[in-house]
Design a protein around this ligand. Structure first.
Ligand code: UT7
Length: 329
């Protein structure tokens, strides 16, 4: 049997649109306040992509930066994986749009749907394909335009989300960088907790689906809260155990930016300092599959994550899905 290759993250990139939507902007048309949103979620503002800017446009910007950082040319990319639940179209895949526009002339391309866990799932698939030798250079992306799914009259959900994209190039490693472990999980039958009912084959677009506002996302925030806290703690402990170190030896945790209170609670449970978690929810809100790769890229570019650091990425979302990746960055 061919031995498995050592695989690392060669470079990262991210992009958020310019338009800022503040908490105060919501208070102009909703029964809410900056104070409530900040205290209950940690969010101060988020970015919304303008009309005409699709998920693929944000992903394209992030991917270019990741390839540049990795010093990998588009024509050397073998596979494009795009984690998203807000694809440009039902088909062709957003990854195919990207393959074309980026000039990844020899690459295969597919989208991966795991909601907020989309980047973790995509990274895990990319890693395993490189380490078995099937492909060499994989462009892994998490990108979302969640603003298109928001019912702006539902104050319990519309204040939570934002738009953006993050990307990473995964390839055989020539330095200390090494992806060490990943773990993926799901629990179906939970669509009452989070779902987007219409627009697929179960409830195709129709006048009644639009009149009923079934094309907007629905969440039961309190249920998600309990689930997210439990899974975040479990996943971080699992990564540490599989890497053979105590949790305290993790240099940085890059969590899904779901709610600051969830991260604070997990930090306490794990006895892991909050300032060693990369947190940018105050600026971007929850960007679903884009949240982990945007935070990773910001941590790398700001010098918070350095080569050789043990980094744990962890996410949870609709499906339900959850998972983690441990990497010696
Ligand atoms: O990535 C996966 C998707 N992410 C999530 O699902 C987020 C996870 N959940 C959360 O972040 C929190 O559960 C929320 C931020 C969504 C809600 O916070 P909470 O502390 O769980 O509040 P709650 O749902 O228990 O609501 C408390 C009160 C309610 O009023 P009453 O019934 O006590 O009178 C809500 O109607 O707060 C009210 N409320 C609001 N008030 C002002 C809910 N949303 C708002 C709002 N502004 N935007």
């Amino acid at each position: 049997m061919t031995p498995l290759l050592k695989v690392g993250i060669a470079g990262t990139g991210s992009y958020v649109p310019e338009k800022v939507m503040t908490n105060g902007d919501y208070a102009k048309f909703l029964d809410t306040s900056d104070e409530w949103i900040r205290e209950r979620t940690g969010i101060r503002e988020r970015r919304f992509a303008p009309d005409g800017m699709a998920t693929s446009h944000m992903a394209e910007n992030a991917a270019k930066k990741a390839m540049e950082a990795a010093k990998v040319a588009p024509e050397d990319i073998d596979l494009v994986i795009c984690g998203t639940v807000t694809p440009d179209n039902m088909f062709p895949s957003t990854a195919c749009h990207l393959q074309h526009r980026l000039g990844c002339v020899k690459a295969g391309a597919f989208d991966l749907s795991a909601a907020c866990t989309g980047f973790i799932y995509s990274l895990s698939v990319g890693w395993n394909m490189v380490r078995t030798g099937s492909v060499r250079n994989v462009l892994v992306i998490g990108a979302e335009k969640l603003s298109t799914l928001l019912n702006m009259q539902d104050r319990t959900s519309c204040i939570l989300f934002g738009d953006g994209a993050g990307a990473a190039v995964v390839r055989p490693s020539e330095n200390a960088s090494e992806i060490l472990f990943s773990s993926l999980h799901s629990l179906g039958g939970t669509e009452d907790i989070m779902s987007l009912p219409a627009g697929g084959s179960a409830m195709p677009a129709s006048h009644s689906s639009v009149d009923g506002k079934h094309h907007y996302l629905r969440i039961k925030g309190r249920e998600v809260f309990k689930f997210a806290v439990t899974k975040m703690v479990e996943q971080v402990e699992l990564c540490a155990e599989k890497c053979g170190v105590p949790v305290s030896k993790i240099a940085t945790i890059i969590p899904h930016q779901v709610n600051l209170r969830i991260l604070e609670y997990a930090s306490e449970k794990l006895n892991f300092p909050l300032d060693r978690m990369m947190i940018n929810i105050d600026r971007y809100g929850n960007t679903s599959a884009a949240s982990v790769p945007i935070a990773l890229d910001e941590a790398v570019r700001s010098g918070r994550v350095k080569r050789g650091d043990l980094v744990v990425m962890v996410a949870f979302g609709a499906g339900l899905t959850w998972g983690s990746v441990a990497v010696r960055y």
